[in-house]
Design a protein around this ligand. Structure first.
Ligand SMILES: [Zn+2]
Length: 117
């Protein structure tokens, strides 16, 4: 089993996934964005395990809108968010894990959408 989903696409405010074994998952896009695994969002660990977090721009409604999806090498998907963020590669294994054991995230605060420059 390769673990590559048969279907993966945003539907409304969720990411719909149909897995190879036929199981369907719906992940909230707000959660998926906040779980972005890139160094800027998740922080990069140094050799001592300390997490260096870069300052991140406040999240807006556009931060939770998917502009495009690109499968990467049969093991992950790169998500391009509408606010221009696209550094995160989401391994299918992680997405499956999140759908089976939803991560607990702190309450969400969304900054009001800024006018598009
Ligand atoms: Zn990120």
């Amino acid at each position: 089993m390769s673990g590559v989903p048969k279907l993966l696409q945003p539907v409304g405010d969720e990411l719909a996934i149909v897995w190879e074994d036929g199981k369907e998952s719906y992940l909230k896009l707000t959660d998926v964005r906040r779980l972005c695994p890139c160094a800027g969002c998740a922080g990069e660990r140094d050799l001592l395990g300390r997490v260096a977090k870069l300052p991140t721009a406040p999240l807006t409604e556009r931060s939770f809108t998917v502009a495009a999806l690109t499968p990467i090498g049969g093991y992950a998907v790169q998500i391009y968010w509408a606010d221009g963020h696209s550094d995160g590669l989401y391994p299918y294994k992680k997405l499956r894990e999140w759908s089976e054991h939803p991560p607990v995230l702190p309450a969400l605060t969304v900054a009001p959408s800024l006018p598009v420059r």
